[in-house]
Design a protein around this ligand. Structure first.
Ligand code: C2O
Ligand code: CU
Length: 483
């Protein structure tokens, strides 16, 4: 079960968890509110989903993968009753929200885990607009179907598009290969040597044929686990998700990488992507042909539809695995072939340095008060993943103070890809004359160093971790702690 979750080691199983309640309540009451309440119940349970005729056992919210979107407006109060019908502990983490600390969903740190058969009421003001998502923060549960979009609208945002579509990208193994729990166990025992697919049922997929043939700019493997299937909005290529639209429409795509261990290279045949938001924050619109989206990251892009039927693809980056596939259709006619990859995949590739936050999204320039180095390390052939020489639970918390500007300097000392996520805050990439993009999750490439600035304005204890779910579970997490 979830007993192995490293978080419980941090404070000990009987210690009360969570930050000082009064400080958290005070911060919460200072947030701007609309007066509207969004209510929802969320039932996490074992589920059978149908993937193009294949009945697959997995875990999901309310029986569907991805879970039903939760949509609110910035300033709304969200009230969600989580009913845990799983056979083990769970929680919900609201990825991307700078919310009150005691609702952040980290067991052993911000709340007690929600036991099998129990329920928990989450209630918080939704502070920041954007394309976000939610998922458990226990074990490898995220790598089953337990994830869903969380869309926060901004009434002040100019509406320069006609329609919007949410696209959830997901690497998938249940029903084809081993379950995420089995994979996690094997990685802990065998490390990277034990990561090739050893499931029982891969014969029918021709991996060689499906892999992208273009260059791999990351120069290394990007993950430990190769997945036999990728889903876009819970659909396999044989029965793809279809975006139906008229030609000449501006469609805002909210793209979420909910995968456990797969960065995706995303493109649409015959279309350019006009990037408008990174992790919910506006950027000066920038046109590219393709972009790489790491686990936990989100991009909003606007696409102006052409006339026809077009392939929408999510190709696992740096992995020999088949692509995820959907269709953009504005006219009748043949459905594109999922195996012929769009030329856009080798066109202009987005890099962070191409983007600048808009004036209103930028973090006001200021010298950092404190600098924290985070060395990202592979240990023991990938059986463990460390930050600064220790696994989660063995660190002293990284102390910060309210009101500070904190610079996180991340050094990737490994040959793997680490999408690093900070809870409860957004950060700004250092550079671009103070207009570095705002994000909460950022890919740190092999051997790369990258600095981000955090405005310390949300008291509590906050995880910083790799969003490769296996790296995180095998130790690559630590805590920023307000003192
Ligand atoms: Cu998407 Cu620690 O979370
Ligand atoms: Cu990692």
């Amino acid at each position: 079960g979830g007993a192995g979750f490293a978080g419980s080691r941090l404070l000990g199983s009987s210690a009360p968890v969570g930050p000082r309640a009064a400080v958290v309540a005070e911060t919460e009451s200072a947030r701007r509110v609309t007066g509207k309440v969004v209510r929802r119940t969320l039932r996490a349970a074992p589920t059978t989903v149908d993937l193009a005729g294949r009945a697959v056992q997995t875990w999901a919210y309310d029986g569907v993968v991805p879970g039903k979107e939760l949509r609110a407006t910035a300033g709304d109060v969200v009230r969600v009753r989580l009913a845990n019908d799983l056979p083990e502990d769970t929680t919900v983490h609201w990825h991307g929200l700078a919310l009150r600390n005691d609702m952040d969903g980290v067991p052993g740190l911000t709340q007690d885990p929600v036991g099998a058969g129990a329920s928990f009421d989450y209630e918080f003001v939704v502070p920041n607009p954007g394309t976000h998502w939610f998922h458990p923060h226990v074990g490898a549960q995220l790598d089953r179907g337990l994830q869903a979009p969380l869309i926060v609208e901004d009434p002040r945002e100019p509406m320069n598009y006609d329609e919007e579509v949410v696209l959830v990208l997901d690497d998938w193994t249940d029903g084809w290969g081993d379950s995420p729990d089995v994979i996690l166990d094997r990685l802990a025992r065998e490390g990277m040597g034990g990561t090739s697919m050893t499931g029982t049922d891969h014969g029918e997929m021709d991996m060689e044929e499906a892999m992208p043939s273009d260059d791999q700019p990351l120069g290394a493997d990007t993950g430990d686990v190769v997945y036999p299937v990728q889903l876009i909005n819970g659909r396999v290529p044989e029965d793809p998700f279809v975006i139906n639209a008229a030609p000449g429409r501006r469609i805002r795509l909210r793209i979420i990488n909910a995968g456990g261990d797969t960065p995706y290279r995303f493109a649409i045949s015959g279309h350019r992507l006009n990037v408008t938001h990174t992790d919910g924050y506006q950027v000066d619109p920038t046109e590219v042909d393709t972009l790489i989206i790491g686990m936990g990251e989100r991009y909003d892009v606007v696409v102006t539809t052409d006339d026809g039927a077009f392939a929408v693809v999510a190709v696992p980056e740096g992995k020999a695995a088949p692509p995820g596939f959907a269709v953009l259709r504005t006219a009748s006619g043949a459905t594109p072939d999922p195996n012929s990859l769009p030329a856009e995949l080798t066109g202009r590739l987005l890099s962070y340095a191409d983007l600048r936050a808009t004036e209103s999204a930028a973090l006001e320039p200021r010298q950092p008060d404190r600098e924290i180095g985070l060395g990202l390390q592979m240990v023991d052939g990938g059986r463990q993943w460390f930050i600064n020489g220790a696994a989660y639970g063995d660190h002293d918390p990284l102390e910060i103070r309210s009101g500070e500007r904190v610079r996180l300097v991340m050094h990737n000392e490994s040959m793997m890809f680490h999408p690093m996520h900070v809870h409860g805050h957004t950060f700004a990439l250092v550079g671009q004359n103070g207009r570095g993009i705002r994000k909460d999750t950022i890919n740190v490439k092999p051997m790369e160093s990258l600095s981000v600035d955090v405005r310390a304005d949300n008291p509590g204890q906050w995880l910083v971790h790799c969003h490769n779910i296996y790296h995180g579970e095998l130790g690559m997490m630590t805590v920023l702690s307000y003192v």
